[in-house]
Design a protein around this ligand. Structure first.
Ligand code: DON
Length: 594
């Protein structure tokens, strides 16, 4: 692809080739520096060998992309059995809980955005964790009102919200599933019971998180059994039994009975708050997805309690005022525009976003074209406005007031885009005794106190303060983009605060810069979240670009890649998929029969 740019320069294939070389090289250096020793044998499970994505995957009858190649294969298997995208997504959700324990889960929660072909309608389900009944606004503060900096919101029993994943997957099955529920848990149970081969990447992750995984005996027993020589095969017998109970008893297998008893008694014993009452009262909620248009496309995305969709729409509305295709991709002028746009969106996030069941989020204002126009009128090229001079909502009309993403598309026309999470890598670090359930630390996504950033540096206000039964604000942004009522592409990513900016750039790369999936994934991403007032760039950037951005006034920080875009596109009747190289086990595949 060759793109004309403002100053006559071209973004050439050569540039892309260079990146293709630099990025994997960076990853290799990263692995070596993290003391990964190549002692892990090559995968041998017949159906598990599939190292990082090599090129775009194509398929006529559907496409699956997940952050682990085994989960991708399970999704394909379900589609090949005649299941639909919803069935495949449920099976993937359970399988990732086994093969990607850093993020896949039944002890966490998430969001799913869907397009249902038969009704020609889009849907979204909120299966986000909820604050336990016994939680309260000041639970992470000391008696004098100052923040208790003991990691209580990020580590251990007190950091967990009531999990939503099982309820969410169950609801989706009740509404759209076509295969029996038990069939969708079969593979997850198989891999938990018989084990699966740990990939070099996962081995490296286990090493990196050794300290966190060692703290609680139950967690250590499962994930660090043979440390320092990792087992080749990770077996999770307790998790297999838990999944069997869920397979037999449906959602009640998790929220009532023996498993719920184990969760609540373990919480009680260790200072956690989740009770039997919290579990049996948990409900996933069908919510109207957010819809907007960008140029000639329809955007379908997740609304609150995720902030992702609101700010994707807000930023696209701002950027629609510019002819982006005439910009040089990732030039200082382009990055300047993105960064300024992001500052306004993240500033608004800090003030106006929270659980809509508790706080009246000004949705229509934040996503209105007129609000976006006033923001764009205040962006000036060549200037980085100091974040302290940007206040949330300053141009609102003042008359009144380690996550993972997977996507599936099937031959019937259904599309699923889901992001779910334990929050941090391996969540709270707690595995509930005798269940294999790794618990989330989603309580950290609430705002603990004004001015106290969460682990992603995000600030929050009243809208996102802790309250019993409330859902913490999220950045997860599962998104479907349609063209003339047909799938164009679907995308999403992990990465905390960076999810929103990564999804935005993946949309712009495809829509405005006409990149194919590989190019759109390889392109370097930038991130600005208003506070801290820092422009993050992935990997190193060229000296002259660095200088140009510094001259505009940005404080630059080069950061490790933290996002992992999973995208599926439909073009001329063929699906394409790409698993982001930034998390090497990610894999897209479309091996689906007629
Ligand atoms: O819901 C959120 O926004 C965060 N809990 C997501 C965490 C995340 O993406 C971590 N992954 N890398």
């Amino acid at each position: 692809m060759v793109k004309q740019t403002t100053n006559g320069q071209k973004m050439s294939r050569m540039n892309l080739q260079l990146r293709k070389f630099i990025f994997p090289f960076f990853l290799i250096v990263f692995f070596i520096s993290s003391s990964y020793i190549n002692s892990t044998p090559i995968y041998s499970l017949k159906n598990s060998y599939s190292p990082a994505q090599k090129g775009i995957s194509y398929g006529k009858n559907g496409m699956v992309t997940t952050q682990h190649f085994i989960a991708t294969e399970v999704g394909e298997k379900i589609l090949n059995k005649g299941g639909n995208a919803f069935d495949a997504s449920i099976a993937i959700g359970f399988t990732l809980a086994v093969v990607l324990p850093r993020a896949g889960n039944i002890g966490g929660g998430g969001f799913m955005v869907m397009f249902h072909d038969e009704t020609q309608k889009s849907y979204s389900i909120d299966y986000r964790e909820k604050a336990p009944k016994l939680s309260n606004r000041d639970m992470y503060l000391k008696d004098d009102g100052s923040f208790n900096d003991q990691k209580l919101s990020t580590f251990g029993y007190l950091s967990s919200g009531v999990p939503g994943t099982v309820a969410g997957l169950w609801e989706v099955h009740q509404k759209f599933g076509s295969l029996p529920w038990e069939d969708l848990l079969e593979d997850a149970i198989h891999y938990a019971e018989n084990g699966f081969q740990i990939s070099p990447y996962m081995s490296n992750v286990l090493r990196t998180y050794h300290e966190k995984l060692s703290y609680f005996e139950e967690t250590k027993k499962i994930f660090l059994a043979d440390y320092p020589d990792f087992k080749n095969n990770l077996i999770q017998k307790d998790l297999a039994n838990t999944l069997k109970t869920i397979s037999t008893n449906g959602r009640d297998g998790f929220y009532k009975g023996a498993i719920a008893q184990k969760i609540s008694s373990s919480m009680k014993k260790n200072g956690g708050l989740i009770s039997l009452h919290d579990l049996s009262n948990y409900e996933a909620i069908w919510r109207e997805p957010l819809k907007s248009d960008y140029r000639n496309l329809q955007i379908i995305t997740m609304g609150p309690p995720s902030s992702g969709g609101v700010h994707i729409i807000q930023m696209l509305n701002v950027l629609e005022n510019y002819d982006l295709s005439s910009f040089e991709h990732n030039s200082s002028k382009y990055i300047n525009l993105l960064a300024e746009t992001m500052k306004y969106a993240y500033a608004d996030r800090s003030e106006y976003l929270g659980d809509p069941d508790f706080y009246d989020v000004p949705l229509s204002k934040l996503t209105s074209k007129s609000y976006a126009n006033s923001i764009s009128q205040n962006i000036q090229f060549g200037i980085s406005v100091d974040s302290s001079d940007i206040n949330p909502g300053m141009y609102i009309d003042n008359e009144s007031s380690e996550t993972t993403h997977f996507s599936v598309a099937d031959k019937y026309g259904n599309v699923v885009s889901s992001t779910y999470t334990l929050n941090s890598t391996f969540g709270s670090g707690v595995v509930i005794e005798g269940t294999g359930i790794l618990m989330n630390n989603e309580m950290d996504d609430f705002s603990s106190a004004p001015g106290i950033p969460n682990q992603f540096g995000l600030l929050g206000a009243k809208a996102n303060e802790i309250a019993p039964y409330k859902r913490p604000l999220s950045s997860m942004t599962p998104t479907i983009v349609m063209k003339n009522n047909e799938l164009f592409f679907t995308t999403g990513s992990p990465g905390g605060a960076r999810i929103i900016s990564a999804v935005l750039q993946s949309i712009l790369n495809i829509v405005d810069f006409e990149m194919n999936l590989e190019e759109a994934t390889y392109a370097k991403r930038i991130h600005h979240q208003w506070q801290p007032d820092i422009l993050e760039v992935e990997f190193s950037i060229e000296d002259n670009l660095n200088k140009e951005l510094s001259n505009i006034g940005y404080e630059l920080k080069v950061s490790n890649p933290l996002t992992c875009i999973q995208t599926i596109m439909l073009k001329n009747g063929t699906f394409s998929g790409y698993g982001d190289f930034r998390r090497p086990d990610a894999f897209a595949s479309g091996n689906i029969n007629d």
